[in-house]
Design a binder for this molecule. Structure first.
Ligand code: AMP
Length: 283
């Protein structure tokens, strides 16, 4: 597996593939890879013969006081993990390579970026869409895979691709969970054993929402009330939101009539965690 650190070389290798008529699969990550990321790489491998994984802790998507400085980084370990997968190239650019002197442009998908996590992380999604568009322009992938765990991110990326006529297919991959239900995340390693145990209430709350839905509940406020009982029972869990929203517009729903995204965000022992499930009438 090749490791590329600069934009010009990445661009040249990708256009070489395109000239040969080979489709390019792409998985953007911030490194510190885990089973969730690797499942995306495997999915990309089923969709394209040449797979690029980017590893870049993007400074513009971290707000003031967030964990940019301490976000875990281990490129050697990441490359070892990728070697064992269907990854052909790891693109790990430096910050000056991605944000050259005088960089000013930012891409914003408007109000979608201000809902849910956007309320407590202003500017976060603009940082994400800007770096993802830059990576798409450098690599020009045919297909890019994103995790459903970051549901709002996936909604926003799909919107950007549609709005800007980008020639890339966006594929969502199911959330990988630990046996106790906790969604695998690079940030889970910051949890103490006790906080980790408390953190499982996020998934338990979502499962409760799902159970109620399966039993015929369609009123969002009643579902949210029941889910809140589960997270609020843990004083160490500081809930940011428990929401039932339209999975395309992210608008709050009063009544579920078709599809819904049930999303939750909370701080557990100082670590911000998110999770979600999709509900669909007729499934
Ligand atoms: P990150 O490195 O956190 O930016 O994540 C890179 C990609 O991996 C994103 O598309 C995430 O949604 C996805 N991802 C992270 N955790 C998981 C998980 N537990 N299951 C599936 N995908 C995930």
């Amino acid at each position: 597996m090749r490791v590329v650190r600069n934009v010009a070389e990445m661009r040249a290798l990708a256009s070489e593939r395109r000239r040969r008529g080979q489709a390019i699969g792409f998985v953007p990550t911030m490194g510190c890879l885990h089973e969730g990321h690797l499942s995306l790489v495997r999915l990309a491998g089923t969709r394209a013969p040449w797979v690029v994984v980017s590893i870049f802790v993007n400074p513009t998507q971290f707000g003031l006081g967030e964990d940019f400085e301490i976000y875990p980084r281990d490129l050697d370990r990441d490359c070892q993990l990728l070697e064992a997968e269907e990854c052909d190239l790891a693109f790990a650019p430096t910050i000056p390579e991605m944000y050259t002197e005088g960089h000013r442009t930012s891409v914003s998908v408007g109000e979608l970026s201000e809902k849910l996590c956007g309320r407590s992380r202003p500017g976060h999604f603009d940082g994400v869409t800007t770096v993802v568009l830059k990576l798409f322009n450098i690599i020009q992938p045919d297909v890019a895979v994103f995790g459903e765990k970051d549901a709002q991110q996936l909604v926003i990326i799909r919107r950007m691709v549609e709005d800007l006529n980008l020639a890339v297919e966006i594929v969502g991959a199911p959330t990988v969970r630990d046996p106790d239900g906790l969604a695998v995340s690079s940030r889970n390693r910051d949890l103490s054993p006790e906080a980790r145990e408390h953190a499982t209430c996020l998934f338990r709350a979502l499962r409760r929402g799902e159970e109620l839905f399966k039993a015929g509940e369609r009123q969002a406020d009643r579902m949210i009330g029941e889910m809140r009982l589960i997270v609020d029972a843990k004083p160490a869990v500081e809930t940011d939101y428990v929401s039932v929203v339209d999975p395309v517009t992210l608008e709050d729903l009063d009544t579920i009539r078709g599809e819904a995204l049930v999303a939750i965000a909370a701080r557990v022992g100082g670590t911000r965690l998110i999770d979600n499930v999709r509900l669909s009438i007729g499934e």
